[in-house]
Ligand binder design. Structure first.
Ligand SMILES: [Cu+2]
Length: 531
């Protein structure tokens, strides 16, 4: 995030104003009680990249939408597990689904519904530092609670995993996913109110791949040449146990962000993957709490992004570097055919994440990287019946109290203010008054990015004047598809356009920096029936 801050200063030339954004109460984590593990002391590329298993339906049950149709039923229990994050690190206590973190990958075809029973089989005590001053995590609430949201799913509200609907060990929720949406990489993760950052940090997440015939017909690399890649950062103590920092005030340990010194790929530090000299498809997710990833390959080779959060882009976008905010997905094609016998390292910034060992022997690659993928028809701005200007801000209560991160200056518990009508189109103008980039996620819907535009946040904060400082900037080519999470950059107004289709009911929109989300940067919203 320091990069975005620096870039903001460079772009805006607003040093004086930016100083104002320097939050007086921005907390630094207290020094760790025990020394943390330095990943630089670990041997690199000694563990194979784990591939999460594909979830298997245990039975078929009548669909809630049509009792004559039987659909797969899965049971995925949240459990405390132990897992090796590296050959030379002792097993780490984690929370996962079934026996792994990331949990098993759900795989489904568009239009084929599925039932998932998310069972809470966790212990009754949490092993990470709960802040009982945060909304939803008050001392009278059970320590361990969970509720699962399938990120990117177009789903009835009762199956969306509303944060307030979290439940305790011994309980479960049966959710119905119609999967009536385009092929895309979704992901499931805990969404419990007030402790979401800790539950996800503990390991409660996994992937869900929706496929469809249109995508299948493209002949993209598939089978063993299609690899899920879940990337996130963590910190460990010398015993190999997760370390989550705390702020100095003992009664409010919440920290405004988490940056770990170790990057994990599918649960391993510095793994390797043996590949053939041919094309591969990597279904990539940034599952970090806070960290933005800046991915590239050590040999400088170009790779192609073919899809974004909600599926295929109109055409492949060649990239040398990819920025991925928390919760964003990138569907990537890497072609190793020119690198037989070589080793290629996937890097985040300058640091290694994992290694590809390209085999020497030539192979025949029958897969394709088509020049046209799937059209993404633009939603016309003229279709919008409403434009909402929504601020992203920080609030400093008093000297001692935690900073709140607020959407539209409203707290989680205040009455709903965003209430789009079913099937209507709206433009949401996200006005970022902070010094951070916030990845904003809307549940239920997919949207398109219209543009980003620098504005004078200082004038807005002090005098309520909206003054632009530049022309609208169109989204990057690799953002010009269907999205469900967007980087709202500091000092900018980011405009998105969405059709609120699917279902009426209560959903949420929030910042996907989980530390922010847990501290008020989340709001309920209602999709209401047309009159
Ligand atoms: Cu945020």
């Amino acid at each position: 995030m320091s990069i975005t801050r620096r870039r903001f200063l460079q772009q805006s030339g607003m040093t004086a104003a930016a100083l104002m954004f320097q939050h007086p109460a921005r907390r630094q984590p207290a020094p760790p009680v025990k020394p943390v593990l330095d990943p630089n002391t670990l041997a690199q590329f000694v563990d194979p990249l784990p591939i999460p298993e594909i979830a298997r339906a245990s039975e078929f049950r009548p669909s809630p939408a049509n009792s004559k149709v039987k659909i797969p039923y899965y049971r995925l229990p949240m459990r405390q597990i132990e897992s090796k994050v590296h050959r030379d690190v002792k097993p780490t206590l984690l929370w996962g689904f079934g026996s792994s973190s990331p949990g098993p990958t759900l795989e489904t075809q568009s239009g084929t519904g599925m039932l998932v029973e998310w069972a809470n089989e966790l212990p009754k005590t949490h092993f990470l530092p709960i802040d009982h001053s945060l909304h939803g995590a008050e001392p009278d609430k059970p320590e361990v609670r969970g509720v699962v949201h399938l990120h990117g799913a177009k789903v009835p509200a009762e199956s969306d995993g509303y944060p307030g609907n979290c439940y305790v060990p011994g309980k479960s929720a049966l959710y119905y996913y119609p999967n009536e949406q385009d092929a895309a990489l979704l992901w499931y993760h805990d969404h419990a109110l007030g402790i979401n950052r800790l539950n996800v940090f503990a390991g409660l997440f996994g992937l869900c791949i929706v496929r469809d015939s249109e995508e299948d017909a493209l002949n993209l690399p598939s089978g063993k040449y299609e690899i899920p890649l879940v990337l996130y950062d963590r910190m460990f103590d010398q015993e190999g146990q997760l370390y989550y920092p705390v702020a100095a005030p003992p009664r409010s340990p919440w920290v405004p962000e988490f940056f770990g010194n170790a990057i994990l790929a599918n649960g391993r530090i510095f793994p390797f993957l043996e590949v053939e000299p041919r094309k591969y498809r990597f279904r990539t997710l940034n599952a970090a709490n806070t960290r933005f990833l800046r991915l590239s390959l050590s040999n400088g080779q170009i790779f192609h992004q073919i899809g974004t959060d909600q599926g295929l882009l109109p055409a492949p976008v060649p990239l040398k570097q990819l920025m991925l905010a928390p919760a964003e997905r990138a569907d990537l094609v890497l072609d190793f055919s020119d690198y037989a016998g070589e080793q290629v390292v996937l890097k985040n910034g300058v640091l290694p994440v994992m290694q590809f060992r390209v085999a020497r022997a030539k192979v025949t690659d029958t897969s394709s990287l088509p020049s046209a993928l799937r059209p993404v028809p633009k939603i016309a701005e003229s279709e919008a019946v409403k434009t909402r200007t929504l601020t992203l801000g920080e609030l400093d209560d008093t000297k001692e109290d935690p900073v709140n991160m607020l959407l539209n200056n409203t707290h989680w518990s205040m009455p709903v203010t965003e209430n789009p009508t079913l099937n209507s189109v709206e433009i949401w103008s996200l006005m970022n008054l902070t010094e951070d980039s916030h990845p904003i996620h809307l549940h239920l819907v997919r949207f398109q990015i219209l543009d980003r535009r620098l504005f004078d946040a200082f004038a807005y904060l002090n005098r309520g004047i909206l003054r632009y400082r530049g022309d609208p900037i169109p989204p990057d080519p690799n953002e010009a598809g269907w999205k469900d999470t967007v980087r709202a950059e500091p000092g900018m107004i980011t405009r998105i356009i969405a059709r609120f289709e699917g279902y009426v009911g209560r959903y949420v929109w929030h910042c996907h920096i989980l530390e922010h989300e847990d501290n008020e940067m989340m709001r309920p919203y209602d999709v209401i029936a047309a009159r």
